[in-house]
Design a protein around this ligand. Sequence first.
Ligand SMILES: [Mn+2]
Length: 360
Amino acid sequence: MPGFKRIEKIREILIRRNIDALLIFDEKNIYYFTGFPWGFRLLIPLDGECVLFVHAVNYEAAKEMAENVRIDLIRVGERADEKVLREIGGYRFKSIGFDRASASEYIKIKDRLKDTIFKHLEDDIWSLRKVKDSDELALISRAAELTKRGMMKAIEVARPGLKGWEVAAEIEYEMRRLGSSGVAFDTIVCSGPESAFPHGGLGEREIRWGDFIVIDVGAKYRGYCADMTRTLVAGKPSEKQERLYEVVREAQRLAINQVRAGVKAKDVDGAARKYIGEKGYGEYFVHGLGHGLGLDIHEPPAISPTGEEELCYGNVITIEPGIYIPKFGGIRIEDTILVLEEKAEKLTYLDLDENIPTSN
Ligand SMILES: [Mn+2]
């Protein structure tokens, strides 16, 4: 699935940075370049074959799934780190880039390859990963579709008397049944005062009449995530609930209207934050407006007040303003958005988005 383009692109970066090879530790990054989810390390030399190191437990799977690489087996009982270091040492690279390593891994590799210069190139990999290619967009769109189906199920079943985890189970069953490989994060279904916690509570509270119910769902498809939140009211919304909901919805609309190639992330955040502030709820919007997503649920670019970076065609981000009033409840509306040249495309649009969804 990844094809060879991504490796060509990272090699162009290595040439520009005058680095001889890239050593990748992160499984998601390995997957990005090879299509194989359980690699131990991936070596991308500037010239010559890429080498995927895999443990014996994953060897047969790697032979079937991994693209663009020679597979190097780490036998049962063999010290994986040692093997990788020994083999890399044989190349006599002057400089090696890496994505990320634990402190102990870094110390070990520096110790062993004393004449080699190590360069942290994580941001260079992100510069590729945050611009999705057409294969990735197809997978993210599928994840978004599955997420929408989970959300529709939630709206159908959520009602007073049910606990958060009971609704979450229905959502996850629906998504799995339709082909999702799992969840992008633990499903949040929280109601009443618990909905004022952006990450939810324990999910054990029973939904009661009049509650806000915040439902935050993400399906996963072939490693790719989607992310979506809707807020329902159990029964008829009060005036205050309607007012709050409208503020969040308008804030999201204003922010999405700003999204296009070339806009700064902080200006998209600012559009929502300014409006919520003007309505008097600024202090209750306690997180950034959104985040990139793809193989990871949180990726660059961050859509926050400090986000200096310009959005570009192919970014996939969330736009998720919220208002969280302690002891009362919270509202969040979140969509997964594709950044296009002149506008945004909402990948998680639902028809019922025109009204406050209610449950009964
Ligand atoms: Mn999110």
